[in-house]
Design a protein around this ligand. Structure first.
Ligand SMILES: [Zn+2]
Ligand SMILES: [Zn+2]
Length: 64
């Protein structure tokens, strides 16, 4: 038995993250890319364009 460092659950198999070296289970990251959940979200931030906290403001102009 190994322990996942992300969710702290005992799991059969853990994978070592390529980014931070954390041991994670299959639920806590991408096992094909060997990237834990933390590093996946970090990756998405770098790629840009994905800003969920930012709302688009639409200004309605009154032309009449
Ligand atoms: Zn986990
Ligand atoms: Zn990681």
């Amino acid at each position: 038995m190994s322990k996942c460092e992300i969710c702290n659950q005992k799991v059969k198999t853990t994978y070592v993250c390529d980014g931070c070296g954390a041991r994670f289970c299959e639920k806590c990251g991408n096992v094909k890319k060997l990237t834990c959940k933390d590093c996946i979200s970090y990756d998405e931030e770098i790629k840009g364009g994905y800003k969920p906290e930012q709302e688009i403001e639409i200004e309605i102009e009154d032309t009449e």
